[in-house]
Design a protein around this ligand. Structure first.
Ligand SMILES: NC(=O)c1ccc[n+]([C@@H]2O[C@H](COP(=O)([O-])OP(=O)(O)OC[C@H]3O[C@@H](n4cnc5c(N)ncnc54)[C@H](OP(=O)(O)O)[C@@H]3O)[C@@H](O)[C@H]2O)c1
Length: 394
């Protein structure tokens, strides 16, 4: 039986993870659950799964949770130290890293250093601190399994006789990786109307049900840019060997092209429970509750190149990927601030990527030789993005 800590259990990935776990009470025990502000939702999860530890953002939330679950033996903690205590709990052997954004970096890195099996949904941790994170994995020989559906698909298409899963690897004979993207809700919308997009429209993804930040990233396709950087680290591939292909049906989740002419793909319903079940069960397969893909109903599968005018985020992410060092952390931080401002209706949808661009040009990137330098770049980029936004909204 595996003991699981879910970082971000009240989010979209967190809830899907609990759904899969609930189907296999003989295989998994929930040891720790964490949330930020959704205390009541976390209380409901605690009553169902009875974890040893539950973590929330602050002391006020912890007090509230304590009262809601007074009948349970669950220890309630709070703040960044609480998150670290959750992953480090002696009985935790598997950590689902599903906090959104940079806040996921420190607890996920601690889990990597401690050699726990990491199911990585929080791509931002790898984007920000790729070399440091992968070093920690290699040193502790932690198992790292990608949960992002594209990376999970690629992982499934690589020969596992060559898979170490302890850090990045490049299987022999791989020519390139192809990351598929749905194109988001604005694939066909007239470009000159994009400045009228509302947060709810941006979050209405045509195929996937996700948290609001990643939904906006999917609309701008910054999500694909972050995934490109994530794939570089996971699979040790250079930026120019990773193609982005728009595939609006979201049936093919990504592909690996080999030198012999083979193109391997993983197909499935657009439901995150498939990659989550893959990570939980690895190296075995377990039931995920996902509806079977009916081949007979697959009529037209379309593929197209991402238009740089509609999706300038991709070029920007490629620029940060080539610059390396702290540039991806700067890109990520600026994007988090700009997306949050858009979700709060402070800036227009079409201002998100120009703000990220300005921050990327103005904050000087350094070599990412330490976590401190990465966190410093993250802070500088946030300050710069906030300053630009203040100027725009004055
Ligand atoms: N959703 C998907 O289908 C999908 C697919 C691939 C990859 N991912 C990646 O998975 C991660 C999670 O995405 P999601 O869609 O599940 O996000 P989400 O629905 O917004 O959930 C985020 C989770 O993180 C918690 N959280 C937010 N800010 C926090 C902070 N500062 N400190 C501690 N916890 C915090 C939230 O707690 P509260 O609920 O209390 O706010 C929630 O539990 C992201 O990195 C995303 O890119 C998601």
């Amino acid at each position: 039986m595996r003991s699981i800590c879910i970082l971000g259990s009240t989010g979209s990935i967190g809830e899907n993870t609990l759904d899969v776990i609930a189907r296999h009470p003989d295989l998994y025990r929930v040891c720790a659950l964490t949330a930020n502000t959704q205390i009541e939702k976390l209380a409901v999860q605690c009553r169902q799964f009875k974890p040893d530890i539950a973590v929330v953002r602050d002391a006020v939330g912890a007090h509230q949770l304590q009262q809601l679950i007074a009948e349970l033996k669950t220890e309630v903690l709070h703040g960044p130290q609480g998150l670290i205590a959750a992953v480090m709990h002696q009985s935790v052997d598997t950590v689902m890293a599903a906090i959104v954004g940079a806040a996921g970096l420190l607890p996920t890195l601690e889990a990597a250093k401690a050699g726990k099996r990491i199911l990585l949904a929080n791509k931002e941790a790898l984007v920000m601190a790729g070399p440091i994170f992968m070093d920690a994995i290699a040193q502790s020989r932690a198992e790292l399994l990608p949960i992002d559906s594209e990376h999970n698909a690629i992982y499934q298409c690589l020969p596992h006789s060559e898979t170490s899963s302890h850090g990045s690897y490049r299987a022999s004979g791989v020519e390139e990786l192809l990351l598929t993207a749905s194109g988001g809700p604005f694939l066909k919308r007239a470009i000159d109307t994009l400045d009228l997009v509302t947060p709810d429209e941006a979050c209405a993804h045509p195929n996937w049900l996700m948290g609001r930040k990643i939904s906006v990233d999917s609309a701008t396709m910054m999500n694909k840019g972050l995934e490109l950087i994530e794939a570089m680290w996971l699979f040790d591939m250079p930026e120019d060997k990773i193609q982005i292909v728009i595939h609006p049906q979201s049936v093919i989740h990504s592909l690996v092209r080999y030198v012999d002419g083979s193109l391997l793909a993983q197909l499935g319903e657009p439901d995150m429970r498939t990659p989550i079940a893959y990570g939980l069960g690895w190296p075995h397969r377990i039931d995920s509750g996902v509806k079977k893909l009916n081949m007979m109903t697959l009529k037209d599968l379309h593929f197209m190149v991402a238009d740089a005018k509609r999706y300038p985020a991709i070029l920007l992410a490629r620029e940060a990927a080539r610059a390396k060092g702290t540039a991806p952390a700067i890109l990520n931080a600026a994007n988090e601030v700009a997306v949050e401002s858009f979700l709060q209706d402070r800036i227009k949808y079409t201002q998100i990527i120009p703000i990220v661009n300005q921050v990327l040009q103005e904050v000087v990137a350094q070599k990412a030789t330490s976590l401190e330098l990465v966190l410093e770049a993250d802070q500088q980029a946030r300050a710069k993005a906030n300053m630009i936004i203040k100027g725009l909204t004055r």
